[in-house]
Design a binder for this molecule. Structure first.
Ligand code: TMP
Length: 208
């Protein structure tokens, strides 16, 4: 797989401010970036997202396989072609979310989660990942105060959101070169500047 562009992912617990930071980052690069999200990003993957977020009872393994199916389609149809064209691809959540949500929260064996992630990605890993970290009670409060519609996953207990956070923190700890941990309680502009700094520092990618 040849890859000339840059693949950046943004991760975090619910309400961590990913959407705002992704918007600011895109603006900083004059919107000359490909913005996408998981699950989703293509017509078929967005349909899978709707199934994934539906109110039906979805078993943990079903979640894992739906996410993987959406991801395979997304990578093949959108991410890899964009990277091949030399684009900066910014993706709202990726494989780390599967480790945090389906692994740590839903309790699926991490070896299995990693195997399924490997099948779905065919070895594609982000160049850089920003993890916006926040205690879940603050994130959920932010979500409840916003006008956004809440999904079934946001109604789960604080303990389950805590498991997601711990999952993310363990990924950050094990892969410090790729995953940049950012305190999402900082103000919006400080976080944005940190993200730009790291893109310059680690990838030599500058918006100047
Ligand atoms: P979003 O609200 O940040 O767009 O994410 C949609 C939901 O999907 C969110 O609750 C996290 C969940 N999710 C997983 O459970 N596993 C995954 O691998 C991904 C990418 C998202």
């Amino acid at each position: 797989m040849t890859k000339k562009g840059y693949f950046i992912t943004i991760e975090g617990v619910e309400g961590a401010g990913k959407t705002t930071q992704i918007r600011l980052l895109a603006e900083a690069f004059n919107n000359d970036v490909v913005l996408t999200r998981e699950p989703g990003g293509t017509i078929l993957s967005e349909k899978i997202r709707d199934l994934f977020l539906s109110e039906e009872t979805i078993f943990a393994t079903t979640e894992l396989l739906l996410i993987a199916a959406a991801r395979t389609q997304h990578i093949t149809e959108l991410i890899v072609p964009a990277l091949d064209e030399g684009k900066i691809v910014i993706c709202d959540r990726f494989t780390d979310a599967t480790i945090a949500y389906q692994g740590f929260r839903k309790g699926i064996d991490l070896k299995l989660v990693n195997q399924v992630n490997d099948i779905a990605t065919n070895g594609l890993t982000p160049d850089l990942t920003f993890l916006l970290d926040l205690p879940p009670d603050i994130g959920l409060e932010r979500k409840h105060d916003s006008s956004e519609e809440l999904t079934r996953l946001e109604f789960e207990s604080i303990e389950s959101h805590e498991k997601v956070r711990n999952g993310y923190l363990s990924v950050a700890e094990s892969q410090p070169k790729r995953v940049i941990l950012i305190d999402a309680r900082l103000d919006i502009d400080t976080i944005h500047q940190k993200i730009l700094f790291e893109m310059k520092n680690r990838l030599h990618l500058s918006n100047e």
